[in-house]
Write a protein that binds this ligand. Structure first.
Ligand code: URA
Length: 431
């Protein structure tokens, strides 16, 4: 075998054997295959695609490139949840505590923000002292004791993905269904929970822009999981507007706390309720009972208490969870008002995600330091009616130059029309 033959075989649209795929992945990880050949391999996959079996083989070779975790010391049903990336997506911070309060064991390794999308790890770092870099033993103990832990992705987890992702990022090969599916699933399988819950975002603020490609990605990831004897669900959710109202690290944590207190935005609550119900129903609970069980752990405060316990276990300041007013606020707030009247037709989530980054809430360069208090809070969502001069959103900022840098983009965020549009949050669920 040699890399050129394998690249040519894929370039010409042929099916690769599992040995050929493993040869390429091993060579990329041990650096015997140089970046230019790895990039050509990725581009050939981007254009010619992969069969389901090839993608399963690719996922296996990637998973085996690093440390495969052993969660057998955790008692109970172990669950991992993953979002393909969206704007305002703080679901893990609500769903994790709900599932822990219901008795599940939530084990999560999360990433930092990527491009216009925020990352759970950055959000958690807005809580003073919160440590996402605890040892694996402490992670296991935490999940056993309180049912929930969210930590950063360890360097040992699928090194092949780190190398491939960095190359994809700079060679125009990110948006490939087999490459995204193998990247996500190799990491989920290496962590090794019993159930993997995928939230596949669709629309302008997501990597998958249309429903057909999102469905293809979701179906493929479920099939990969099944090939490894794992239970996998995928919910397809609308990202044609941000989820909830808040975008930005501490603003999103505050919104997650409010949701666990029963006062969150309706779409975020609906999504977390639906996902929790699916998990309960997969354990044999009837749908109506499942809803009651979720509502109960919100009402009696046990879900919020799980978040407090996790923050305490990981060294964070629990006072700000009990009283979100204690989060450090931005110095200034800028109000943006409507220049028309009518129904909100569309909200550009992609631009809003980038704006939050440019204010300092995300990284433009890999080593940028995050400003946790900045971001955007929406006042109106798609299908709401607005009058001229109604408040559409507020921008929370600390640096006037950063605000000035985005001012010219503000008129492009909201689209207003004459007719009320129908919107749907949960587009499909795939088992
Ligand atoms: N998230 C991942 O982990 N990998 C991808 O390829 C895309 C989103």
């Amino acid at each position: 075998m040699n890399p050129v033959e394998i690249i040519v075989k894929k370039r010409d649209g042929n099916i690769l054997s599992s040995e050929e795929i493993k040869y390429m992945i091993d060579g990329i990880v041990d650096k015997s295959i140089p970046d230019y050949q790895a990039s050509s391999f990725l581009m050939a996959i981007y254009f010619k695609g992969m069969t389901e079996n090839e993608t399963i083989d690719l996922t296996r070779s990637m998973e085996e490139s690093g440390y495969v975790y052993d969660l057998s010391k955790i008692d109970g049903i172990k669950i991992d949840k993953h979002s393909t990336g969206g704007v305002g997506d703080k679901t893990s911070l609500v769903l994790g505590p709900i599932l822990a309060a219901l008795g599940y064991k939530v084990c999560k390794m999360s990433g930092r923000g990527l491009g216009h999308t925020g990352g759970t790890i950055d959000k958690l770092h807005s809580i003073d002292g919160f440590d996402t870099n605890i040892s694996f033993d402490k992670f296991i103990n935490e999940v056993n004791e309180i049912g929930l832990s969210i930590i950063g992705q360890s360097k040992d987890l699928v090194p092949a993905d780190k190398l491939l992702y960095e190359l994809r990022d700079v060679t125009g090969t990110v948006e490939s269904i087999p490459l995204i599916a193998s990247s996500i699933m190799s990491k989920k399988l290496a962590l090794g929970t019993d159930l993997i819950y995928l939230d596949v975002k669709v629309g302008n603020g997501a990597f998958m822009k249309d429903l057909d490609s999102a469905k293809a990605l979701a179906n493929l990831m479920v099939k990969i999981g099944n090939a490894f004897n794992k239970k996998v669900f995928a919910t397809l959710t609308n990202m044609d507007e941000p989820l909830g109202l808040a975008i930005g690290n501490s603003l999103e944590v505050i919104e997650a706390i409010n949701t666990l207190n029963g006062n969150g935005p309706s779409d975020l609550f609906e999504l977390c309720l639906d996902m929790s119900k699916e998990v309960l129903m997969s354990s044999g609970v009837y749908e109506d009972d499942a809803k009651d069980m979720v509502l109960k752990v919100i009402k009696d405060g046990s879900a919020l208490n799980k978040l407090i316990e996790m923050v305490k276990y990981q060294g964070g300041d629990t006072e700000c969870i009990k009283n979100p007013n204690k989060f450090k606020k931005s110095l200034y707030v800028y109000e943006y008002r409507s220049k028309n009247k009518g129904y909100i037709k569309h909200i550009d989530s992609y631009k809003l995600g980038l704006m939050s980054s440019k204010l300092g809430g995300g990284r433009i360069k890999i080593d940028d330091v995050i400003d946790y208090s900045v971001g955007i809070v929406l006042n109106k969502k798609v299908s709401d009616y607005v009058e001229n001069k109604d408040l559409l959103f507020t921008i929370h900022y600390n640096d006037i130059d950063k605000l000035n840098n985005i001012l010219k983009e503000l008129d492009e965020i909201y689209e207003i029309g004459d007719e009320k549009v129908n919107k749907k949050l949960i587009l499909d669920t795939i088992y």
